[in-house]
Structure formats: C-alpha cells, structure tokens
Ligand binder design. Structure first.
Ligand code: NAD
Length: 361
C-alpha cells in the first residue's frame, strides 16, 4: 500500500519525536511491504520564523493532498519566546486551530491506557489501578458550547454573560457514526455521555445516538450522565471502551482520563473528519524545557502513528505490531525520564525509538 503522509515536526521536542515515529513507521513499512512518502511542512513557531505567520496556504494544501498528517507539537515558552509578543492570531497556537478548522476535523480521539508496567504512576488506589484500563474518549470538536453565540451585556446595572450550546442532528450523527465505527475496531462498547436529565441538546444527542446505534447491532450502547461519568472514571475506569461525548464534556473528561494514567508522554491523539483522513499528534505539548536534549518520550507520537495506520489506512495488524512493541519495551524495563522508576534503565528519545523499531519483527 502507498501511504502519503504529511509530517509537521513543529516546535520544541516536535522534530525529535517525529523523527522517532518515522523510524518506527519505516520499520513497519519495510516489514509489511508498504511504501511511505513523507512530506515535511511547517506549522506554529517554525512557520512564524520562516513565513511570519503560523499557518500558510501551502501547509493547508499539502495536508489536504495527503492521506494523513502526523504532527509533533507546536508552541514555545510563553514567558521567553518572541512568538508570544505577536498578536494572538499570529501566535503558534493559532496555526493549530487554523489547520483543524481548514481540514474540518470534527472528531477528537484520545485513548487513555494504563500499562501494567506504569501502574505506579497512576494516582488511583492500587485495587482500582491493578485492573488496568484501555479506553478511548471520542469528543465532538467543532460544535456545542465553544462555538455557539456568546455575549456579555449589562441589564439594570447587573453584568450578564450568555453562552449558547447548540447541536443539530447532523453534527451528532456524524460523530456518533465515527464512535461506533471505532468501537468495531475495539471491544465493541460505546458509552454515550450527556446531561439528558437537564439539557435539550443532550436529549437530542441521546435520541440521535440511539438511531445510529440501530445500524451497529454488534456494538453495545449505554448512556451515562456526565457527572456520573466523571466519578466512574476514577472509581472503575476498566468499564469503559469508547466514551462518546460532546465538545465541553469531552474536553473535561479527556483531561481527567489522561491524568489517571499519570504518564503524559504516553498519550496519543487523533482528530478526524468525515473521510478516512486524520491528523495524529501526541496529547502533550512541545515541552520547550527539554527540547534538543534527547530527553523526550517519543511513545505518545509513535502510538499516534499507530492510530494513523489503524484509522486512516485500516492497517490494524501493523498498528497492533507497534502497540505490542511498546508493551514489550516497557516490560524489558526501558524508560525515558518522564516515566522512569526504580530498577529500570533510563534511555533517551533516540534510543527509545531504536528499541521500539527493533522490537517490530
Ligand atoms: P507540555 O505538555 O509541553 O509540557 C508539560 C510538562 O510535561 C513539561 O515538564 C514537559 O517537559 C513534560 N513533557 C511533555 N511531553 C513530554 C514528553 N514527550 N516526554 C517527556 N516529558 C514531556 O505543556 P506546556 O509546558 O504547558 O506547553 C508547552 C508548549 O506546548 C506551549 O507553547 C503550549 O501552547 C504548547 N502545546 C501544544 C500542544 C499541541 O501542539 N497540540 C498541546 C499542548 C500544549
């Protein structure tokens, strides 16, 4: 298979972790007989330095022509970087928001996996963390409260602010379909999270999700209120497979889920549109404090590349090969600084990439 991948190394540790992801992808491509064409483009601070803007038409066009985008991370240290002297619309993060919008990426996927070997980093009680967990939060990204009409006014001397939460059935249907499709590639369970006991938008969400579920008889659907979900994530995270939810609930729950893993350098993410196209990136930022020191953990980016193989190319076996290499390297006791624990061997970003590539046989 031919894979056309646009890479955005970005800023900070971005170029280092993307290089290791390419190393692992190349090994997979060699082994399984695929051909990968990479095209590197600029975004964020790296683009500001060359073009004066964080996102160019050229980058958007290259991404649109590709099958998928693999990104490191963008941004710098806000206190010291000259990028943050610029007006907000010209800062690195504006580039990221701009490309997500230009590519119509409405579905955000964040897996939260607790590896047995890293269970010490999990802040939950041992009897809960022992069971391990492997869930995926599927968040609607382009609608809801963050995109509705908002204004602040004053009535009779009293200040008042209004934010509007709007969803139409098409927006709900397309994300629900994505959620069920992805559940088919996992343990076939969808937990749809809403606040249907209070909100009209949630009641419509629930109805449309139930309609979509009729087309997926192999998938078990359950509904959960968002407040209960926030509790269940720390009480019994092993119960979840795919959590399907709207924008603001997903924003909060995905941060909660990732924090219970305790390992920011391990967390992948993907943003998808209604084709097979996706933008894949680690959940963490550009870690300017360790940039250029060969100290970054490349695993989140490498697992994002595995998600790319699975969701954009349907190469499930190849994705599984990467995921199992990660488990094996952890089992053998290799750790980057961020996940280091007693008795393990500390390795740098490059060596971690080498170990993972070697483990794919
Ligand atoms: P951060 O995630 O970059 O770093 C937080 C802490 O985690 C730091 O101590 C860092 O060293 C550590 N860390 C992060 N990733 C690591 C890895 N792979 N290996 C080892 N340690 C790792 O968050 P921040 O410091 O708040 O943000 C830094 C910059 O990143 C900011 O400019 C921010 O806007 C940007 N950012 C970008 C994205 C993105 O590109 N999607 C996401 C979040 C933050």
């Amino acid at each position: 298979m031919k894979l056309n991948i646009v890479c955005i190394p970005g800023d900070g540790i971005g170029p280092e972790i993307v290089a290791e992801a390419k190393k692992v992808l190349n090994k997979v491509a060699n082994l399984y007989g695929h051909e990968i064409n990479y095209r590197d483009v600029l975004l964020g601070g790296a683009s500001i330095d060359v073009h004066g803007v964080p996102l160019t038409d050229e980058t958007i066009q290259a991404a649109k022509e590709a099958d998928a985008v693999l990104m490191g991370s963008i941004g710098g240290d806000a206190a010291t970087s000259p990028w943050y002297q610029l007006p907000p619309n010209l800062r690195p993060e504006a580039g990221l928001l701009g490309i997500r919008k230009a590519l119509n990426l409405f579905a955000n996927l964040r897996p939260a996996v607790l590896y047995e070997e890293l269970s010490d980093a999990c802040p939950l009680r041992k009897d809960i963390s022992e069971a391990g967990f492997d869930m995926l939060i599927m968040r609607e990204l382009t609608g809801g409260l963050y995109f509705g009409e908002r204004y602040t006014t004053e009535e009779n001397g009293i200040r008042k602010a209004v934010d509007t939460l709007v969803y139409n059935e098409n927006e709900i249907r397309r994300i629900a379909k994505k959620g069920f499709d992805i559940a088919l590639k996992r343990r076939r369970k969808v937990t749809s999270v809403d606040k249907a006991n209070v909100l009209d938008s949630s009641r419509l969400w629930r109805k449309v999700v139930e309609e979509v579920a009729l087309d997926y008889p192999e998938v078990t659907l359950e509904h959960m209120l968002v407040d209960n979900c926030a509790m269940q994530l720390v009480k019994d995270p092993a119960q979840f497979d795919v959590i399907l939810t709207e924008n603001m609930f997903g924003d909060i729950l995905s941060d909660e889920a990732s924090m219970v893993t305790g390992s920011i350098g391990m967390l992948a993410s993907a943003s998808l549109n209604d084709t097979k196209f996706g933008l894949y990136e680690p959940s963490h930022g550009s870690a300017p404090d360790i940039a250029g020191k060969d100290a970054a953990n490349p695993i989140a980016t490498i697992l994002s590349a595995a998600m790319m193989l699975k969701y954009s190319f349907d190469l499930d076996q190849e994705a599984a090969a990467i995921e199992s290499a990660v488990k094996k390297v952890l089992e053998k006791g290799y750790r980057t600084g961020d996940i280091m624990s007693k008795g393990c061997r500390r390795v740098g970003c490059k060596e971690m990439g080498d170990l993972l590539a070697d483990e794919i046989k």
